[in-house]
Design a binder for this molecule. Structure first.
Ligand code: ADP
Ligand code: MG
Length: 575
């Protein structure tokens, strides 16, 4: 957790102020009982009204000063802690944004969300407590002991018995509570997981009549968390009265033995009142410190999880020596490229070589799992190649800046993703400053105008979270429009036509052909009809190129292609 405090830098002046204020407040707390005892000894005992007024006034002033310090310190420390939370959240978000797909595969989305929200709040809350306790508790304990001793030495023997009793008691309690607290975090994770799976998989849950089972699963996780909280609270509820009992017995003992010493004339009343107050202060501080030690491990567990996110560096970074390709436009070349997913035994693709030029359509066809998506994910550098080179405009993608590289590309992913916002906003995602005409034009080519104008607010229709109020095919057309509005050098369509009916598919491709005549187009498809008229068809089989050429060439040379074709087209269509 200490490592997270490096982010307190913008608040370092606040922190110094807070510590100073708490120092002053603690001093005033420590000084008040001594003044009190002075009033009793010198004022009340000697009937010196003047002294009582003077010292009483001083006490009021000091108490007031202490209160003001405490208020300002509270204010500043809350602000610093919340600010710290904000900074960490930003850092985590930024770091996660920089991850390549590989890191997402590794850490998992669910826990990234818990870490950005719940875990950071834990650290934030404990920080307020630490700010308040770190300085004042030790000062109270040590200062209180010294001052108590200065009032009366023999009476400190009572504390020598009471404090160890108290400490043993709270250590026992802490031992029971800390593991419970630590387990709470993972139990919250579990609830999040079950909830997320249920929300995203709602249709499956319903379709397979698993609602009762899922309810049970959630209830189990929920009850588990609840029971843990109840256990914690039970122990806490028991702890407070028990601590009060120890404190009250201590006061009683001090009064008893103090009374004896006063009647023997070894001590005065003022010293006794001050002594009791110091004793309570010390014990109270000890309790607060223990509570802090109980809370810190939980926040510590959260901090470890946050640091894990911050320490995970993306594999994919801009190289130091960024190369630019100015002269060439839209050239894509694969040179003997191989790639394996992390932990996979077999490479997902191997020995891929081909090149694509502007004005050409390159189609990639192959069975599911043959590596089509993997191959095209290498072009925008979502993953780095294992061997060989991917060149865009003659420069290795690892030597370009990621921004410049992706600027050149209009990417339509296999699974269309829309963001919450209007249709126009979603299309403009491809080009922030696109005009309405550009947006319209892109939608037209993507064959989306028909259903957009059929919607309630046309282009201003809000897309629901996750795009649930549009169909799969509509989503896909919107994400195609989003890529089109960019007017990039290279278009990549990953199976983007599969959710379209044949007619729309054909119309869309006809419109596209004119629109993107001078761009480089790479289309991944399942249907032979979609790829037939491409300039170059790459047939992928098990991550390797089984054949490459035009439809006609492949029919003669490539067995795999022939099989795909004959499974989809009738005899006449092939001929
Ligand atoms: P296609 O798009 O042709 O259907 P993919 O390129 O998605 O195929 O997948 C190729 C192979 O790589 C498959 O065997 C798949 O299991 C594996 N694969 C895909 N994505 C990942 C991933 N994120 N982590 C590990 N393996 C993956
Ligand atoms: Mg795919």
């Amino acid at each position: 957790m200490l490592r997270l405090y490096r982010f307190l830098k913008p608040y370092r002046i606040s922190v110094i102020f807070i510590l100073g204020l708490i120092f002053l407040q603690t001093l005033s707390d420590l000084y008040l009982p001594t003044l009190m005892s002075n009033i009793i000894n010198k004022g009340i005992m000697n009937h010196d009204i003047n002294y009582i007024w003077k010292t009483g006034g001083l006490m009021l002033l000091i108490a007031l000063g202490g209160v003001i310090c405490s208020i300002i310190a509270s204010f500043l420390s809350s602000r610093a802690a919340v600010g710290l939370g904000r900074i960490i959240r930003n850092k985590v978000f930024k770091r996660v944004e920089s991850y390549s797909l590989h890191e997402f595969d590794k850490i998992g989305t669910s826990t990234l969300i818990t870490r950005t929200t719940n875990d950071i709040v834990q650290v934030q809350n404990v920080s307020v407590m630490i700010a308040r306790m770190m300085l004042s508790a030790p000062m109270m304990i040590i200062g209180g002991l010294i001052l108590a001793m200065s009032k009366d030495k023999p009476l400190t023997l009572v504390l020598a018995v009471a404090i160890p009793v108290l400490v043993v008691f709270i250590v026992l309690v802490a031992k029971k509570i800390i593991p419970l607290f630590k387990s709470i975090q993972s139990k919250i994770d579990r609830i999040n997981l079950v909830l997320r799976e249920n929300l995203t998989g709602m249709r499956v849950v319903r379709a397979f009549n698993r609602i009762d089972k899922e309810k049970e699963r959630f209830e189990d996780a929920n009850a588990d968390l609840t029971n843990t909280y109840i256990k914690v609270n039970r122990i806490m509820a028991f702890m407070m009265p028990a601590v009060m009992l120890v404190m009250n017995f201590t006061s009683l003992a001090i009064l008893w033995f103090g009374g004896l010493r006063i009647s023997h004339g070894d001590m005065d009343i003022g010293a006794l009142t001050a002594f009791i107050q110091y004793a309570i202060m010390i014990m109270f501080s000890i309790v607060m410190v223990t509570i802090m030690f109980i809370m810190v491990p939980r926040a510590q567990a959260a901090a470890v999880r946050i640091n894990e996110v911050l320490d995970t560096k993306s594999d994919i970074n801009d190289s130091n020596d960024i190369k630019k390709a100015d002269s060439e436009r839209g050239y894509v070349e694969f040179k003997d490229v191989s790639f394996s997913y992390h932990g996979a035994e077999q490479p997902a693709i191997s020995n891929i070589s081909f090149s694509a030029k502007p004005g050409e359509i390159t189609a990639i066809i192959g069975g599911t799992g043959s590596g089509k998506s993997t191959l095209i994910n290498l072009i925008p550098r979502f993953y780095d190649v294992g061997g060989g080179n991917v060149l865009v405009d003659g420069v290795d993608v690892r030597e370009m800046s990621q921004e410049a590289l992706r600027e050149k590309i209009g990417f339509v992913p296999q699974k269309a993703v829309l963001f919450s916002g209007t249709i126009t906003e979603n299309i403009k995602y491809g080009k922030q400053d696109a005009s309405d005409e550009e947006v319209n034009h892109a939608a037209e080519i993507a064959q989306a105008t028909e259903f957009i104008s059929g919607m309630k607010d046309g282009y201003d229709t809000e897309i629901a979270q996750g795009g649930t109020n549009v169909s799969g095919g509509q989503k896909q057309r919107l994400s195609i429009a989003r890529a089109l509005v960019r007017k990039p050098e290279i278009y990549i369509f990953d199976d983007s036509f599969s959710a379209l009916d044949f007619k729309t598919d054909a119309k869309l491709r006809a419109a596209l052909k004119q629109e993107i005549a001078d761009a480089t187009v790479i289309i991944v498809a399942q249907r032979v009809g979609t790829v037939m008229d491409a300039d170059r068809i790459i047939v992928l089989d098990d991550g390797q190129i089984a054949g490459m050429g035009t439809h006609k060439e492949l029919l003669n040379t490539c067995e795999v292609y022939r099989e795909i074709v004959s499974s989809q087209l009738s005899e006449e269509e092939i001929a």
